[in-house]
Write a protein that binds this ligand. Structure first.
Ligand SMILES: [Zn+2]
Length: 499
């Protein structure tokens, strides 16, 4: 790695000791990423005071047991280790104990991983999960484009719609092999809207960051509900699912697609408060040609930093790239929505060559249709090779890193997730290579980027819990999730008098 950012190995070290795992977390780093993330880091240490990370799972959620995934093609995504054919992964109490061949784990339940690719769960870095209810509702005329649709229907959301939309998104994430989500919540109409959204995240079993924002149609001269943000921060242990969820802010920055330019006073108070509370910041910047210069403005205001994630950044100047590098900020791209809405083609290798931590994202299924991270990897590679007119510009394995370890680094999580290594949290997936669309086992990285699809994901484990097994979700009932989402959307359309 030429450079690691806020999640990189500069700040955090972990090692296996004779009597367990010890983690040293740099205090500055802990301050930067905020409370929830810090709790997650502490949980690695196996500290007895940490609550059960599955405590918030509803009812009889899947148990966190001791597992031995036996005989898979293990893609560790650790460059020093690489891939291990016919290898095992041993998991206990939510932690990866060992990765290697012929592991002994008496007492562990064995999962047959033959004919499976075993790899880290995929890391998603920016997703407006609430509006998954509006899947494919951005139409082909201006008044029904994405921004008017999100605003027109978003205004009529009741708290239960936040729950139903986010739960549908969570179910799709698990189905697709995504184990970490960055839920960018910009429809917090009341504190209850935020908490219903969080309830869906917490119950899903996923790991993620919840970024607290404003609401659709929020007045441009008013801050977000900073009093509620502070309450939530103080109360975070009740919402963090035992360290699986971290808190951040969804900052409007200088302008938003829905409401246009934000008054500087309100915008600055929002970010100042986030930093006072020690919360990481995420913001859409330089989305489109018309929004060029956003990063330069934020840099000029002295607001860039290693705790900041810039989303899209499609139209950047070399000076802005330099400012991102110097401040150690991260970037998240979402090629499907950037292409679909006409923002442009993200300059992926510009960020990579500069050493900027980079993640891939869904953004919104109102534009992308689905949350297929395999598809996102594929379009990332294809768009970048097209943009640079070079078949060899972006290698498949590099794209796979963006969806795993590099994405984790961009979210400040690389010490805990993103690769398969002893001491990391047990967030992993198994992809069935016997499927028709994968039916000859050739180059595994190319297969995953070019040929795999969500239906090939056989097993999903988060924090040592099986959330998908044998191709079926375990904690969520898809029929129920879909029926509830439909019911929510039908009532919402009626209230909004929308087509
Ligand atoms: Zn977005």
């Amino acid at each position: 790695m030429a450079q690691v950012g806020i999640g990189g190995g500069h700040d955090v070290e972990g090692r296996m000791g004779g009597d367990g795992l010890h983690a040293r977390v740099d205090a500055r780093r802990r301050r930067l990423v905020g409370g929830g993330a810090a709790l997650g880091a502490l949980a690695i240490g196996g500290c007895a005071a940490i609550p059960d990370p599955g405590a918030n799972l509803p009812g009889a959620g899947p148990a966190r047991g001791e597992w031995l995934l036996r005989g898979g093609y293990v893609m560790t995504m650790e460059r020093s280790v690489g891939d291990l054919a016919g290898a095992d992964v041993h998991v206990r109490d939510g932690v990866i104990v060992a990765v290697g061949r012929a592991l002994q784990a008496p007492g562990a339940r064995v999962i047959d991983a033959r004919d499976m690719i075993v790899m880290p769960g995929m890391v998603e870095t920016h997703w407006h999960m609430w509006n998954t209810l509006l899947r494919s509702m951005s139409l082909d005329e201006k008044k029904f484009g994405y921004f008017p649709t999100a605003l027109g229907l978003g205004r009529h959301y009741v708290p239960g719609d936040m729950y139903a939309g986010t739960r549908l998104a969570c179910a799709e994430a698990i189905h697709s092999g995504i184990t970490f989500v960055h839920d960018w919540c910009h429809n917090i109409r009341t504190p209850t809207h935020a908490r219903e959204n969080l309830r869906a995240l917490s119950e899903s079993g996923l790991r993620g960051r919840f970024s607290y924002g404003t609401m659709q149609g929020h007045p441009v001269d008013q801050t977000m509900d900073l009093a509620d943000l502070e309450r939530l921060r103080a109360d975070w242990s009740r919402h963090d699912a035992g360290g699986r969820l971290a808190l951040g802010i969804a900052w409007r920055g200088v302008a938003t697609g829905g409401t246009g330019a934000i008054k500087a006073e309100a915008s600055r108070r929002d970010i100042a408060e986030a930093r006072r509370l020690g919360l990481p910041v995420s913001v859409h910047l330089n989305n489109s040609r018309a929004r060029a210069g956003g990063i330069a403005q934020v840099a000029k205001d002295g607001l860039l930093g290693p705790d900041l994630q810039a989303i899209h950044a499609v139209w950047v100047t070399p000076e802005e790239v330099r400012a991102l590098v110097d401040s150690r900020a991260a970037v998240s791209i979402s090629p499907f929505t950037e292409l679909r809405i006409g923002f442009g083609v993200p300059p992926t290798s510009t960020f990579l060559q500069a050493g900027i931590p980079l993640g891939l994202s869904v953004d919104t299924t109102a534009l992308s249709g689905n949350a297929d991270m395999f598809g996102i990897m594929k379009v990332t590679q294809n768009a970048e090779n097209a943009r640079t007119e070079n078949e060899f510009q972006l290698p498949a394995r590099r794209v796979l890193e963006l969806a795993t370890i590099e994405g984790a680094r961009s979210m400040g999580m690389a010490d805990r997730i993103g690769s398969l290594a002893a001491g990391k949290r047990a967030d992993l997936i198994m992809v069935d290579t016997r499927a028709i669309n994968l039916g000859v086992f050739t180059d595994p990285a190319h297969l995953l980027v070019e040929a795999a699809q969500p239906g090939n994901v056989d097993t999903v484990m988060v924090d040592g819990r099986l959330l998908k097994s044998g191709g079926r979700l375990t904690a969520l009932d898809p029929a129920r999730v879909v029926a509830d989402a439909r019911e929510s959307l039908a009532a919402l359309r009626k209230r909004a008098n929308w087509w």
